[in-house]
Design a protein around this ligand. Structure first.
Ligand SMILES: [Zn+2]
Length: 277
């Protein structure tokens, strides 16, 4: 199962989510500054808690240029160990532009949780803190996938290549407007990942966040022109496809990594067309 997040401002949906989580029969708990982890054993809870803190530090610095302040209430994390691939779910409640609730579930083999699901889900918490409200799904998922390990990034590169090869992709103008998860999750994740990787490779992470924020607030064409110097989303779509053809021509190229994902300047230092108060 792919990791994904669900966000809602309705406390009822969060309660429903929590009720849907199987209770741990004989689990253990470990609390760090920002996470309280329930897992089958104390050792697993400790490992997940400590790695979550490390991810929180490095991912916030990579995207925002700074660490997040400590949360007033630690984020609950439930760990379900299975023999399978990793997946996860993080739900958020928002109140007046701030995160009011957050709950995380990760599952799979422990090594896959630590390498893939946990960094992915922690990235959602960094974005939620930055946006103070729901982030467009394609960007939230696509950019969170960039926090996963090389194996997952390569897998999503391949999903995107296959998607374009069979012309299964949708236009970026349509992708940017999707606010609920579509039926074909794998294609949606693959395309979201690909366009996020492209935008970050050409402009860095902070610019990407500004683009998404401005696109959401005042329209994607204007945000495309302001942040990437392209006339509109149709031009951006063409540029992305052209970049993709380059990937196709060089399938052995390394996937997105720290070398190409320049940290850039702190996100608050970048100009915004519509700065928030
Ligand atoms: Zn996700």
């Amino acid at each position: 199962m792919d990791a994904h997040s669900a966000r809602s401002s309705s406390p009822r949906s969060i309660v429903a989510l929590l009720l849907g989580v199987s209770p741990l029969l004989c689990g253990a708990s470990h609390q760090t500054t920002n996470f309280v982890v329930e897992a089958p054993t104390r050792e697993v809870a400790r490992k997940v808690g400590e790695h979550a803190e490390e991810c929180r530090r490095t991912i916030a610095k990579a995207w925002l240029g700074r660490e997040l302040p400590d949360w007033a209430v630690p984020c609950p994390v439930k760990v379900k160990l299975t023999g399978g691939e990793a997946g996860g779910l993080t739900s958020f409640g928002f109140d007046h532009g701030h995160v009011s609730d957050q709950n995380m579930v990760v599952e799979g083999r422990l090594d896959r949780i630590l390498a893939s699901a946990l960094p992915h889900e922690v990235t959602h918490t960094v974005f939620a803190a930055f946006f103070g409200g729901p982030m467009p799904r394609w960007a939230d998922e696509g950019a969170s996938l960039l926090s996963e390990d090389e194996r997952e990034r390569k897998r999503h590169d391949q999903i995107a290549l296959d998607l374009l090869a069979r012309r299964g992709e949708i236009g970026l103008g349509e992708l940017f407007r999707i606010d609920e998860y579509p039926k074909d999750l794998m294609s949606f994740y693959g395309q979201g990942y690909s366009i996020s990787r492209f935008l970050i490779e050409i402009g860095g992470r902070p610019r990407f966040l500004r683009f998404v924020r401005d696109g959401l607030e005042s329209g994607w064409d204007g945000a495309t022109l302001d942040h990437y110097g392209l006339a509109d989303v149709r031009e951006l779509d063409r540029a992305w496809r052209s970049w993709h053809r380059g990937l196709l021509a060089n399938r052995n190229a390394p996937p997105a990594n720290e070398a190409v994902l320049a940290y850039g300047e702190p996100v608050d230092a970048l100009p915004s067309r519509n700065p928030r108060p």
